[in-house]
Write a protein that binds this ligand. Structure first.
Ligand code: PMP
Length: 360
């Protein structure tokens, strides 16, 4: 068996330990004679899996008891609609557009009411986070929306926007569980799990109790009401059972690693190795304003499309996968999520140094 260093932005690398455990339990999960894929979502076995997953996630993020944890389908993109459907009582919301995912969420919200773009970094290819200390927040905004870590562009909010008392809603898909966060600062925190947590096909939405009501926009499908999912503890219909099971294993792995403070330290160390090299290189450079750099997604370029393509090709041959940047930024992007080992980043930097020597 040979595993590559996988720098994919998502679906992405998972802890090897978790994959091995899942492999061992594949045919016979803990003596029940079947795999988790084959068992009823109403069974006692599965009930234990989902309950334990939720309890571990609550412990990791220190989620207050007045927040519900929902395991939902439709990915992060369905939240772009689900959020306005459930929260847009005044039919007004403010969006900060820091990348394609925030833009898509903003565009989707326009179907349901007035979605104001109150700040954007589109003028410089989303390479920075705008100053959010004194924004023109709408007096009747139902919420202010951000994408906290911008997967494609590699930026991250280091301070949350001043929402002037309005509810904050955040897409944390690509920084979920990479460091501790204060859930109480948000009305909703949600993220697709396929980057930092598990396999694709699920989004975890952490929603404050008082936002879960029957007062949703007319025509909201039953499945799209947070209340439907909350009342049924994410089991209104058949959930993505296997994904919940793998996510649960990743939560246990994170606890074993020392929790989110330890992960933050580890992630900072990994990112520093890569950014320090980018800052000293005569060939490669990062594409993002330094103070807004993400710990998870690191875009970089050589300045020559030809050399970028050569690097992607040679790095792949050397066992570094998925380093090609997003088509809108070009160049390269290394996603260094929780499960990317330190050695992976060290090996990448060593390879980049060698490439620099050969090509400058
Ligand atoms: N938000 C962010 C920040 C993302 O990175 C992505 C996926 N790349 C999405 C939303 C969309 O996620 P999904 O494919 O689960 O709908």
């Amino acid at each position: 068996m040979s595993r590559v260093y996988n720098f994919s932005a998502g679906p992405a690398v998972l802890p090897e330990e978790v994959l091995k455990e899942a492999q061992e339990e594949m045919l016979d999960y803990r003596g029940c004679g079947m795999s988790v894929m084959e068992m009823s979502h109403r069974s006692k076995m599965f009930d234990e899996i989902i309950q334990e997953a939720e309890a571990d996630l609550r412990e990791l993020l220190n989620i207050p008891s007045n927040y519900k944890v929902l395991f939902l389908q439709g990915g992060a993109s369905l939240q772009f609609a689900q959020i306005p459907m459930n929260l847009m009582k005044n039919r007004v919301a403010d969006y900060i557009v820091t990348g394609q995912w925030a833009k898509k969420a903003w565009q989707e919200a326009q179907k349901y009411g007035t979605a104001n773009k109150i700040a954007s970094s589109e003028d410089k290819t989303y390479s920075y986070i705008p100053d959010c200390s004194d924004l023109p927040i709408s007096p009747d905004a139902d919420y202010v929306y951000i994408c906290e870590n911008n997967t494609i562009y590699g930026t991250k909010y280091k301070t949350l926007p001043n929402t002037k008392g309005k509810l904050l809603v955040a897409d944390v898909s690509s920084c979920f569980l990479s460091e501790p966060m204060d859930i109480e600062k948000y009305g909703i925190v949600y993220g697709g799990v396929q980057k930092n947590i598990g396999p694709a096909g699920m989004v975890i939405s952490i929603v404050r109790d008082d936002l879960i009501t029957d007062d949703v926009l007319p025509g909201t499908p039953t499945m799209m009401k947070f209340k439907t999912q909350a009342d049924a503890s994410s089991l209104y219909n058949t959930p993505n059972c296997y994904c919940i099971y793998i996510c649960g294993k990743v939560f246990k792995w994170l606890k074993k690693m020392g929790g989110l403070s330890a992960m933050k330290e580890r992630n900072e160390k990994k990112a520093r190795i890569l950014y320090d090299y980018l800052d000293s290189s005569n060939l490669f450079r990062g594409t993002v304003v330094k103070e807004d750099r993400s710990l998870m997604n690191v875009p970089f370029v050589t300045g020559s499309e030809e050399l970028d393509a050569k690097f992607v090709k040679e790095s792949k041959a050397a066992g570094f996968e998925n380093l090609k940047g997003h088509r809108t930024v070009g160049g390269m992007r290394a996603s260094i999520y929780n499960a990317m080992p330190l050695e992976g980043v060290e090996a990448l930097v060593a390879f980049m140094k060698k490439f620099e020597e050969e090509n400058v």
